[in-house]
Write a protein that binds this ligand. Structure first.
Ligand code: IMP
Ligand code: MG
Length: 179
C-alpha cells in the first residue's frame, strides 16, 4: 500500500498540531453552546475522532453519510444522503465536520438540507480545502490546510475505498488511478 504513494503532503506531526489548533478554536467558540458535531462519513472518521478528543466541552456527536466519488477520482456532482441524522437539530448549534472541501457541491447541498431543520447556527469545519476546484459558493468556517489540485488519500480519505487507514495525507502515484 505504501508503494502507491508518490509523496507525503501532510505528515502525522503536522496533522496532530493542526487538529489541536482547530480544536482549541472550536472549543473556545462553542463553549456553553452544547454543539452537535456532524461527521460526514466515511471520509471524516479519522479527523473527527482525533478532533473530538481534543475538544473538551459538552457536545453531541452524530453522523451522516452521503454518496461521493464512487470509484472514480472525479465527482459525479450528484449528492445522495445514504444515512441521515439520528437526532433533531432544531435550535441547536451545528458544526459539520468534513474531510475535504473540493467543488463544494456536497457541503453546499448539506448545509441547505440541514438549514431546513431550523438549527440555531451551522458552521463548517474541513481538514483540507482545495480552493482552486470550487464550483459552489461555499467556504469553511474552520479549515486545516489549503492544498493544491491533486488527488490525495489517507487520514480517512480514500481512492476506491483504499488508503483511508494511512496515518498521513499523501498524493497517490498517477498510474494508480489511471489504471
Ligand atoms: P465536493 O462535493 O466536490 O466538495 O467533494 C467532496 C468530497 O469528495 C469529499 O468529502 C471527499 O470524499 C471527496 N474528495 C474530493 N477530493 C478528494 C481527494 O483529493 N481525495 C479523496 N477524496 C476526495
Ligand atoms: Mg470519498
Amino acid at each position: 500500500m505504501l508503494n502507491d504513494i508518490e509523496r507525503v503532503l501532510v505528515s502525522e506531526a503536522e496533522l496532530e498540531a493542526k487538529v489541536q489548533e482547530l480544536a482549541d478554536k472550536i472549543a473556545a467558540d462553542y463553549k456553553d453552546k452544547n454543539p452537535v458535531f456532524i461527521g460526514i462519513l466515511k471520509g471524516s472518521f479519522v479527523f473527527m475522532a482525533d478532533l473530538m478528543r481534543k475538544i473538551n466541552i459538552y457536545c453531541d456527536i452524530d453522523f451522516m453519510a452521503v454518496s461521493s466519488y464512487g470509484n472514480k477520482s472525479k465527482s459525479s456532482g450528484a449528492v445522495n444522503i445514504t444515512k441521515d441524522l439520528g437526532q433533531d437539530i432544531e435550535g441547536r448549534h451545528v458544526v459539520i465536520i468534513e474531510d475535504i472541501l473540493d467543488s463544494g457541491r456536497t457541503l453546499s447541498y448539506l448545509k441547505k438540507y440541514l438549514m431546513n431543520r431550523a438549527p440555531a447556527s451551522i458552521s463548517i469545519c474541513t481538514l483540507l480545502d482545495k480552493p482552486a476546484r470550487r464550483e459552489a459558493d461555499i467556504n469553511a468556517d474552520y479549515f486545516g490546510f489549503d492544498i493544491p489540485d491533486e488527488f490525495v488519500v489517507g487520514y480517512g480519505l480514500d481512492y476506491a475505498e483504499h488508503y483511508r487507514n494511512l496515518p498521513f495525507i499523501g498524493v497517490l502515484k498517477p498510474e494508480i488511478y489511471s489504471e
